[in-house]
Write a protein that binds this ligand. Structure first.
Ligand code: UD1
Ligand code: MG
Length: 501
């Protein structure tokens, strides 16, 4: 197919109906920009010439594609967006050398699959037609161009919604915006497109009428499934297509052995991979290029972005994990936050309300409760007690903390970085560690406790106040029942009231 067919993607428009500052093709569905969807699909169809017409926010659109293979990819600028026909006029020079046939599609139709496009091209190449138009029957065709058929069933012309008569608007067969042209036939008509009197644009759809007028054949290629060709023109369609793409993704994962509880509630980007026997609970989000291994369990409402989870990892409910690595058998959460650069070792445990940033946590190490670990290197089998805080920031710079294997950090410890805790060291709870703790030693860094018996009563007496016990005695204290009790037991309430009288 490579030599036969070149591809042009139209992506220069602003997308006025999205009511956005961002160009339409830079909006995302299922974790990828619309233009990336289009280019990836085109690349699956053919590795030959690919022309992308850019205009609005051209630099940003080009930048959004920088991680994809660039070979054979050419960008053409349409400085002023004067319509879909004008877009191809701008690419005239590139089209002249592109190849005998041209597949054209829009950057706003991301559900189209490469298989469908391949079948469409094959049908076009086999037909000898000057052009083929992919069509579909839409339940609600509003907004789309309508297909006007010739008596022999071929396409006579396409009429846009704005120019259509009431009768034409009742036609439900629409133009998908996906065409195959014999390139030289297209080039012969491109400059003859009239300016539309209503919108002032040059419509690519008018090429079809020009071809048939000149006696050329244009064949329809009618899609059985209209959902593949939904074009995105507003935010409602953006949401609809996003849901359809994510539905496809979830289904593919389930067929590959992933259990998804309530699949309609999960949000999985197309770039995500999940291994078999992993369970995703309702409401899970897996974003970006996240990889989840086999036999993991991801708890409800956890959001995992651009991270790598090996096999047998448990992420309990409501965790936020970004740009992090979690090794085999580790357990995270609930309510844990792994920020970029967290690297959690095999079998380690990061418990509730624990935040980790740019920190390596060794094999079997546990930080189970209410802890901050930042800019640290923590060895194997370390115990980090509840409420431990690594004080990594002095207001100007971040400093590193090292905790070696088998160390025990008592609850409520503050480690003022830079600091090192040696192997097998033991830090007493509540310590503020400012200096190195040598291996195998106990460190206590807190003020010694003093108790002063009877101090409270003595102070109150001095101030002329009674202690709680003395107060109760003098008032013959009967406590009022709590509100809930009062409602349930009215008899007792009255009794209590009497006693107070
Ligand atoms: C277009 C078709 C319509 C079809 C529908 C299918 C025309 C005139 N109409 O309408 O028949 O049913 O697609 O989805 O072609 N673009 C440019 N430069 C421009 C204008 C648009 O590159 O000057 C690009 C846009 O970025 C977009 C694509 O062309 O990716 C289609 O433009 P859009 O405005 O969405 O056309 P529709 O109104 O959807
Ligand atoms: Mg459109």
């Amino acid at each position: 197919m490579k030599d036969q067919i070149a591809i042009a993607i139209l992506g220069a428009g602003l997308g006025t109906r999205l009511k956005s500052k961002l160009a339409k093709v830079l909006h995302s569905v299922a974790g990828r920009t619309l233009i990336e969807h289009a280019v990836r699909t085109a690349r699956e169809v053919s590795e030959g010439n690919l022309i992308v017409i850019v205009g609005h926010q051209a630099e940003a659109v080009i930048d959004a594609l920088k991680d994809l293979p660039q070979q054979g990819l050419r960008f053409v600028r349409q400085e002023q967006q004067l319509g879909t026909g004008h877009a191809l006029q701008c690419a005239r020079r590139q089209l002249q050398t592109a190849g005998p046939h041209l597949l054209v599609f829009h950057g706003d139709t991301p559900l189209i699959t490469s298989e469908t496009l391949r079948r469409f091209i094959a049908s076009h190449l086999g037909s000898g037609a000057a052009a083929s138009v992919m069509t579909a029957e839409m339940e609600d065709p509003t907004g789309y161009g309508r297909i006007l058929r010739a008596p022999d069933g071929s396409v006579a012309s396409i009429v846009e919604q704005k120019s259509a008569t009431p009768d034409q608007r009742r036609i439900r067969e629409i133009n998908t915006g996906i065409y195959c042209f014999e390139t030289h036939q297209l080039l012969a008509e491109l400059d003859r497109i009239p300016r539309d009197p209503i919108s002032g644009e040059y419509y690519l759809t008018d090429v079809i009428g020009l071809l048939t007028h000149g006696g050329k054949k244009v064949l329809p290629y009618r899609m059985a499934d209209a959902s593949e060709v939904i074009g995105i023109n507003n935010r409602a369609e953006l949401a609809e297509v996003d849901a359809l793409l994510r539905g496809r993704k979830a289904r593919a994962l389930m067929l590959a052995g992933v259990t998804i509880l309530r699949p309609e509630t999960v949000m999985i980007d197309l770039g995500v991979e999940v291994g078999p026997d992993t369970v995703l609970e309702p409401g899970v989000t897996l974003a970006g290029e996240t990889r989840v291994g086999e036999n993991c369990r991801i708890g409800s409402f956890s959001v995992i972005t651009d991270s790598e989870l090996e096999d047998n990892v448990t992420v309990k409910q409501s965790c936020v994990i970004g740009e992090s690595k979690i090794a085999n058998g580790a357990s995270i959460g609930p309510f844990a936050h792994l920020r970029p650069g967290s690297d959690i070792g095999p079998g380690a445990k990061i418990g509730n309300f624990v935040e980790v940033k740019k920190t390596r946590v060794g094999r079997g190490t546990k930080a189970s409760h209410l802890t901050y670990l930042g800019d640290a290197v923590i060895g194997n089998d370390v115990n980090i007690g509840a409420g431990t805080i690594i004080v990594n920031y002095d207001g100007e710079k971040k400093h590193t903390t090292v905790i070696e294997n088998n160390a025990f950090v008592g609850s409520g410890t503050r480690l003022i970085a830079p600091v090192r805790v040696g192997e097998n060291a033991f830090i007493a709870a509540g310590s503020t560690i400012t200096e190195e703790v040598p291996p195998d030693s106990l460190s206590i860094a807190r003020a010694r406790q003093t108790n002063k018996p009877g101090w409270v009563t003595a102070r109150k007496r001095k101030a002329g106040k009674k202690s709680p016990e003395e107060k109760n005695k003098t008032q013959g204290k009967v406590l009022e029942p709590a509100l809930g009790d009062r409602k349930k037991k009215p008899a007792k309430k009255q009794e209590a009231a009497k006693q107070i009288e």
